[in-house]
Write a protein that binds this ligand. Sequence first.
Ligand code: PHE
Length: 457
Amino acid sequence: MQTGSVHEHWSSRGGFIMAAVGSAVGLGNIWRFPYVAGESGGGAFMLVYLGAILLVGAPILIAELMIGRRGQMSPINSYRKVAEDHGYSPGWKWAGALGMLTAVIILSFYSVIGGWALTFLFETLSGSLSGMDAAASSEHFDDMLSKPVSMAIWHFVFMAVTVWVVARGIKGGIEKAATLLMPALFVLLLVIVGYAVFAGDFGRAMAFLFMPDFSKITGEVLVNALGQAFFTLSLGMGAMLTYGAYLSRDISIPRAAGIIVGADSLVAILAGVAIFPIVFASGLEPSAGPGLVFITLPIAFASMPGGVIVGSLFFALLLFAAITSSISILEPLVSWLEEHKGVQRAKVAVISGAGIWAVGLLSVLGYNELSHVHPLAFVESLADKDILDSFDYVSANLFLPLGGMAAALFAGWIMSRDTVLEELGVEEGWLFHIWRILARFVAPAAVAWVLYESIGG
Ligand code: PHE
C-alpha cells in the first residue's frame, strides 16, 4: 500500500521514534505545562491532565498515526484518500485543512517563544544573568518584552532554523541530532530537579502538584488540561498524522504511541518538579503566566554552583527540543504544498516560514506597541490575555481538540475494522476493543463535553 507517495520515509524505527518524541517534547512540556498547571491550581489540573492524556490523547495519537500511514500523504490528502478508499466523502479533507490553519497560528507564537529561549541562551552564556534575585529576574523578563525589534529578530532566527531543517528534508540531520540531544535534555532536567529538591521549597511544590483539591476542578481547569494534553502530544493539527505518513509498515503503532506518551509525560512532570520548588522558595506566584519558566529558572541558575554552565546547557537543549517540535508544526503544511505539481520543498518552506513569521509579529507587538489589544476581551475570564496568550489559548483549547475529535471519529467510524487491525498490527483482541471504544465514544464525547462546559462557564 505504499505506492504513490511522493514523500520520503524515516530511515528506521528508532529514527521515527526520536522524531516523534522530538515533536511531542518541546516548549509545551517545559514552558507551557508549568505555567498552565500553575494558573489552573496545580494538583486538580494534574489529575485531569493525566486522565486526558490516557483516555483522549493516547487513542487520538494512535488514530493520527494510523490515518497518516494509511494515506501516505499530508493531512488534507490523507483524509481525502482514506475516506474515498472507504467509500466516504472526500469532504473529510476539511479536517486536514483546519489543521493547517491551526498550525499557522501555533507556529507563529511558538517561534516567538523559541526566540525568547535564544535570547536567554546568549544572555546566560555572556554571564549577564548571573546573580539575579526574583525581583531582578521578573524585571529582566519584562524588559525583554518591551523591546519589539530584538524580539522580532530572535523570532526570525528561530523561524529560519526551522525552515532550514524542513527545507533539507527531515531524514538525516534531525533524526540523528534528536537521538543524541533528547537524552541530554533529560539528564540536564534531572540535574535541575536535583537542585530544586535541595535548594527550593520541595514540600510545598509536591503538595501543590500532587495533592488535588477536587473543589478546584472547574470548566476552565478541564479545558486547560484537555488543551495541554493535545498541545503536548502534538495532536489535533496533523503533525503526528504527517509523521505517520512517513512510517513504514513494519513499525508497531501502539508500541510507538506508548513510548511517545511515556517520554512526553515524564518530561512534563520533571519540568514541574524542577520549577515549582523554585517558584515557592523565591516567593513567586505559580500563576505568573507565560513568563513563569523564564523568570524562575534564571534565579536557580544564578545561585547554583556552575550555574552559567548548567544554565547555558539547559537553554541550548530547550532550544533543541523546541526546534524538533517546530519543524513538526511546519512539516504538514510543507508536505501538503509539496504534493502540488512542480513545487519545490525548499521554496515552499521558505515562503510558509516567512508568512508565519509575519503573523508572529502580532504576538511580539502584543507585549509593547499593541499591549492594549485583548482579543478575547468578550469573555470575562479571558479579558486580560494579550495577543500571544490569546493565540495560544484558542489554538490549544479549541482548534486542537476539534481537530483531534475529527481524527478520533475518522479512525473510529470511517476506517473499517480490517484497516484498523492491519494498522494496529494485532489480532482482534483487547487492544483493538479498548482503542475502538476510546476513539469512537470516549475521546469525542470528552472533547464535546469539555468544550460545552467551557462555553457554559
Ligand atoms: N508538542 C509540542 C510541544 O510540546 C508542540 C506542538 C504542538 C508540536 C502541535 C506539533 C503540533 O512543544
